[in-house]
Design a protein around this ligand. Structure first.
Ligand code: LMR
Length: 328
């Protein structure tokens, strides 16, 4: 009898860690660099809400905004190491992992966000989500922010006005070439440093969307914003393939549904914020928004478009062709 009791106690004790492990929710750390009142900030929170509602007690999503956990230059490596599960860096920040996504940085490629959408949903666009699986990263979807504008302390209307000025850029060689094409001086710097660099005048300007210029208060330290819409700032929501494919099928499927829905929500916010935050900047009276003429815009197109040829081989003529097709 004694032996039977001892064996039962032992058996129960050995089961305990597994029961506890099964009861513990899967933790998903979602790290990003922007403020919460942005398309990405709102999308991440919506994902948390939907994922936790679909899988009560089974998953816990912890969102870390404002570069609290990782910057965009460290997050992907951290993801490969299993230190963070989700992030949504700008498409300009994947160059180390694939040259294909450089496509999205080509200046004046897409005529508007609808064209971007058509391309991203096309077979070519969807294939790009899987272009980094060899590097243990898998794309779950694209998220919009919007088109980029140029800010400065001088009124910038034509490429000649930007010559010799120091501009902060994301870590992208295409963006570097784009600014060199107009004789500006591009500096690759993390998003978390941009405000201070502008405030201390270590740089003259930067390129970004209305929502980032507004939410990070760049407009408070820049006198002008020129509405060029010269390039795109969109995101890829990524996760580690080891984490993602290691999830039970039903959990992965429900998380994907939650992510798809959160992205639809984030894209709606992106559209709204693009015009709302532009207006907030105008209303602040701190930054003058400069609208350029069609002739002035054409000067930017002519100066920057030769950059396409420099990267056509790395990106692939087929991809550039498919992107242009989406403009029709
Ligand atoms: C930037 O670095 O300017 C952007 O990528 C920030 C962001 O995530 O929108």
């Amino acid at each position: 009898m004694k032996a039977f009791v001892a064996a039962t106690v032992l058996a129960c004790a050995s089961l305990l860690p597994f029961q506890q492990a099964a009861a513990k929710p899967i933790e998903i750390k979602f790290s990003h660099v922007v403020a919460e009142n942005t398309p990405k900030g709102q999308m991440a929170l919506k994902f948390k809400e939907l994922a936790e509602a679909a899988l009560p007690g089974q998953v816990e999503v912890k969102v870390y905004p404002n570069s609290q956990l990782f910057t965009d230059s460290t997050v992907l490596q951290a993801m490969q190491l299993g230190d963070v599960e989700m992030a949504a860096p700008a498409l300009s920040k994947f160059q180390k992992y694939t040259t294909k996504l450089q496509l999205f940085d080509l200046p004046f490629l897409f005529k508007d966000i609808e064209a971007v959408d058509r391309f991203q949903q096309s077979p070519e666009g969807q294939k790009l989500l899987k272009s980094m699986e060899g590097k243990l990263l898998v794309g779950l979807g694209y998220l919009h922010n919007g088109m980029k504008q140029l800010t400065a302390n001088d009124p910038i209307r034509t490429p000649a006005d930007i010559s010799g000025k120091k501009y902060r850029i994301m870590t992208s060689d295409v963006l570097q070439a784009q600014f060199e094409a107009v004789q500006a001086i591009p500096l690759k710097k993390p998003f978390s440093e941009v405000f201070t660099l502008l405030q201390t005048k270590a740089i003259d300007g930067q390129e970004n969307t209305w929502s980032n210029i507004y939410s990070k208060k760049f407009f408070e330290v820049q006198k002008y914003a020129t509405e060029t819409n010269h390039g795109l700032l969109d995101y890829m929501v990524v996760t580690s393939s080891e984490f993602w494919y290691g999830l039970p099928d039903d959990v992965r499927n429900k998380l994907k549904v939650a992510m798809d829905e959160a992205i639809v929500y984030g894209n709606k916010i992106a559209l709204e914020k693009d015009s709302e935050d532009r207006q907030q900047i105008i209303d602040s009276g701190k930054t003058e928004v400069i609208k350029i003429s069609a002739e002035e815009r054409q000067q930017w197109v002519e100066a920057m478009k030769p950059v396409w040829n420099m990267f056509a081989d790395e990106i692939g003529a087929d991809l550039i062709g498919a992107a242009l097709e989406a403009n029709n």
